[in-house]
Design a protein around this ligand. Structure first.
Ligand SMILES: NC(=O)c1ccc[n+]([C@@H]2O[C@H](COP(=O)([O-])OP(=O)(O)OC[C@H]3O[C@@H](n4cnc5c(N)ncnc54)[C@H](O)[C@@H]3O)[C@@H](O)[C@H]2O)c1
Length: 447
């Protein structure tokens, strides 16, 4: 029988409640929901009711949890980005194992400090970069590591965010402003940079990025648009009308985010659209994060990877092409399509081989569920050291994201990466003692 690990969820919102706690409750993945830290009383009560969490194991603050007798094996930190640093620091100092939602922190200095704290405290800290665990990316990695396609030369990865998803989260939602959240290349796409680093498996030599807020801005607004959709003459036809989107009684994410965890009534939805952040016109808001960005990564041996993030897409998926010396890989994460074409040396002689993948329903290709499975097996049976997204490994993606943003803001300059900047931890097997303290990035070198 699987040993049950007792999990505490910090932040019972979309990720903590709807994703991780629900996956734990509805799948045999070896975790039981043992407690919660959530400042919103109504959310906390609903969470405790759903997961039979006793009052003594439900807290409004982290301080309350830390002061109580220990009752858990791991803490899932799913609170807003800007709280991650302090929460992870305090949990580490109290010796807790942690699964920390990405991004680990919202500045490079805090990321580096978290790593120092974790090394000093010695507690396991993982980042919820769920894509590495998805069957799709594990199959891609196995193909590359198998060696039959030869050397990788070039990778193209595109994140098609989906026009509706972008409008919800990055124009109206909590990640819309870099000064209140962080640049989108970190908050949305640290996943993708992590995947590219993992697939190529060598240090990054330079980072260059182009991008801007090109569509969701005032000079692109249709004539007659008003600041709030409820007053807008275009609300019945506009693609992004908040009244059409959020007033439909759809109980699932993202439509229900406007309810803030409270009861689903038409009155509450209407009030949210009239007065809350999700009722703003997508062209006349205060958002500033890029809706169109490209990152070019050059790796130590000359391999190239381009990563593109686009808002204006029909689908919400990731599209991948990898070009190697002996063949190429093409794939679409959400559709679960993965095709390998090995070179024949002849014209028009294509023999694509379709790789079968298990069906998945979520936008991470099943990665969240597989993350839980792998995490449990890692903690209890020391498996999966090859994929585990430890804090050390995950920080490489964060460093790339900060450098990409720096490049973009500095007129797309190419930033050379010193070998010490992206730590040697990239190659460090998770759970293995480090031979030497890892060289830390010279923060001054980042400007
Ligand atoms: N891994 C992924 O693919 C992925 C996807 C989406 C979001 N995220 C990340 O997950 C985190 C949570 O996102 P979300 O969409 O669930 O947000 P959310 O707003 O739905 O939920 C956050 C919850 O945290 C609570 N909270 C606020 N301050 C807190 C504190 N100090 N201590 C404890 N709880 C606190 C809020 O009341 C809320 O219930 C964010 O960091 C986000 O960037 C990761």
């Amino acid at each position: 029988m699987t040993a049950l690990l007792r999990a505490v969820i910090v932040g019972a919102g979309s990720r903590g409640n709807r994703v991780f706690a629900e996956l734990m409750a509805t799948n045999d993945v070896g975790f039981e929901v043992a407690g919660v830290v959530e400042p919103d009383a109504a959310r906390r009560a609903a969470f405790c009711h759903r997961h039979a969490v006793p009052d003594a194991q439900a807290f409004a603050t982290l301080e309350g949890f830390l002061a109580a007798p220990r009752f858990s094996d791991i803490v899932f930190v799913c609170s807003p980005d800007r709280t991650h640093f302090a929460i992870c620091r305090d949990l580490s100092e109290a010796g807790h194992a942690i699964m920390l939602e990405k991004p680990a922190a919202t500045t490079l200095a805090e990321c580096v400090e978290l790593l120092e704290i974790q090394r000093r405290c010695g507690n396991p800290v993982f980042i919820a970069h769920g894509l590495r665990y998805a069957p799709f990316f594990r199959a891609v990695k196995a193909l590359l590591d198998g060696g039959s396609l030869g050397t990788i030369r070039h990778i193209q990865l595109t994140e098609q965010v989906g026009h509706w998803h972008f409008a919800h989260s990055y124009v109206r939602g909590q990640w819309r402003r870099a000064d209140q959240a962080a640049p989108i290349v970190l908050t949305k796409t640290s996943h993708d940079l992590d995947i590219l680093q993992w697939l190529v498996d060598e240090p990054v030599a330079s980072v260059t990025s182009h991008g801007s807020l090109s569509a969701f801005r005032a000079d692109q607004a249709p004539e007659g648009a008003t600041a709030r959709c409820v007053d807008c003459p275009l609300q019945d036809t506009c693609l992004y009308s908040a009244t059409r989107f959020y007033l439909e009684e759809r109980p699932e994410w993202p439509y229900d985010v406007v309810l803030e965890g409270g009861p689903d009534t038409q009155e509450r939805r209407r009030r949210a659209v009239e007065h809350g952040p999700y009722g703003h016109c997508v062209w006349l808001n205060d958002n500033d994060v890029c809706d169109n960005q490209v990152v070019l990564l050059e790796f130590a041996s000359g391999k190239l990877a381009t990563f593109s993030m686009h808002a204006q897409t029909a689908d919400n998926t990731r599209d991948l092409r990898i070009f190697c010396d002996l063949g190429e890989i093409r794939g679409d994460l959400r559709r679960g399509e993965l095709v390998v074409s090995r070179f024949s040396g002849h014209k028009d002689d294509l023999r694509p081989e379709v790789i079968e993948l298990p069906p998945t329903t979520d936008s991470h290709g099943g990665g969240d569920l597989e993350l839980l499975r792998a995490l449990h097996e890692h903690l209890t049976e020391a498996k999966h050291a090859d994929i585990m997204t430890s804090l050390e490994r995950s920080l490489a993606s964060h460093v790339m994201a900060f450098l990409a943003e720096e490049s973009r803001l500095a007129d797309n300059v190419k930033i050379r990466v010193s070998p010490v900047l992206i730590p040697a931890a990239l190659r460090q097997p998770v759970g293995e003692a480090l031979p030497e303290p890892l060289p830390m990035p010279e923060l001054d070198a980042l400007g």
